[in-house]
Design a protein around this ligand. Structure first.
Ligand SMILES: C[S@@+](CC[C@H](N)C(=O)[O-])C[C@H]1O[C@@H](n2cnc3c(N)ncnc32)[C@H](O)[C@@H]1O
Length: 295
């Protein structure tokens, strides 16, 4: 049994007893239901985050606060540098992250330690239950087996951003910027790392396998949010976000698709794509796809 990293002991207080899902007021609930949002995170001061595609924990905190209550458990099967776990701890939830690349798993562990050290006095965590986080270095295709071996309780919510197929290797213009910032231009050469899958249909099958695993450890009625996008590759669009919805809803372990929220990114640099030649869009939004375990 792995020892989770403990944050604090406090009791959960429910301010809105009629609320069956989260700790929000009706007003905050309604605000979050808008189908798009602009999120412009502060540039990261944390030098530990050496990852080419991390998402901002401020964004994750908004989702975690909507889809869980304090004291509940969040899972991320592609945890990278641990943003989901930091967001979970900072909102008084617990978290379990799976990451196949040891280097990123280690960064996650350091960030979790920092979050534990820094979060005691935060207003939003003071009323929380006992929060903890665990990072497992493993292929998330084995998630339910590892879960069972460690005696983890059922997850209440999953939020994650899987590799956008093999795009990290392919997006040449964005690669230049990553090199300049000293970031990795591939996650790893591990064949089980799904960003290394060349064939698009094989990639979708691998994605389905992982979210089948998440389904097995999720409590009934628990939600899943996947942050992903359609991709433009070899002169055409691959509708990855839309195919993710149809693939994951297939039985067995079919997730019920509920909605998308569009994250509009108005702080990205416009690249000169296809100028004077052909249409190539500057994709400055991401899809946050929302599913629920209802079967
Ligand atoms: C888009 S990144 C996630 C970044 C993360 N949200 C963050 O803020 O740092 C996807 C991650 O999935 C990991 N990954 C790819 N295949 C995996 C697998 N089979 N099992 C576990 N992790 C995997 C990659 O190493 C990468 O760190």
């Amino acid at each position: 049994m792995l020892e989770p990293q403990e944050v604090r002991e406090e009791t959960t207080r429910q301010e809105f007893p009629r609320n069956k899902l989260n700790d929000l007021s009706g007003r905050d609930w309604i605000k979050f239901t808008k189908s798009w949002f602009v999120h412009r995170p502060e540039p990261r001061g944390d030098r530990k985050i050496r990852h080419p595609a991390s998402f901002p924990e401020s964004l994750v905190k908004d989702f975690v606060s909507f889809f869980t209550r304090k004291g509940e458990l969040v899972v991320d099967p592609f945890v990278g540098t641990g943003s989901t776990l930091v967001a979970a701890l900072e909102t008084g939830r617990s978290g379990i992250g799976f990451e196949i690349v040891e280097k990123y798993a280690e960064i996650s562990r350091e960030r979790v330690k920092d979050a534990i050290a820094q979060n005691g006095p935060l207003e939003e965590t003071r009323k929380s239950g006992s929060s903890w986080a665990k990072i497992v270095t493993a292929d998330s295709a084995k998630l339910s087996k590892v879960w069972g071996e460690n005696g983890f309780p059922p997850a209440d919510y999953c939020i994650t951003s899987p590799p956008y197929w093999n795009q990290l290797r392919k997006s040449h213009m964005r690669q230049k910027g990553r090199v300049e910032k000293g970031l990795d231009t591939v996650y790893s050469d591990d064949p089980d790392e799904i960003g290394n899958i060349e064939d698009y249909q094989d990639f979708l099958r691998a994605l389905k396998r992982t979210f089948d695993e998440v389904y097995k450890v999720m409590r009934p009625k628990g939600y899943l949010t996947i942050i992903t996008n359609n991709v433009f590759s070899d002169g055409r669009m691959f509708p990855l976000a839309f195919d993710t919805v149809s693939t994951l809803s297939q039985e067995p372990f079919g997730w019920t698709p509920k909605d998308e929220k569009v994250w509009c990114q108005d702080d990205k640099t416009l690249l000169p794509l296809g100028v004077f030649n052909a249409w190539v869009g500057n994709r400055h939004h991401q899809y946050c796809l929302i599913f629920r375990k209802e079967g």
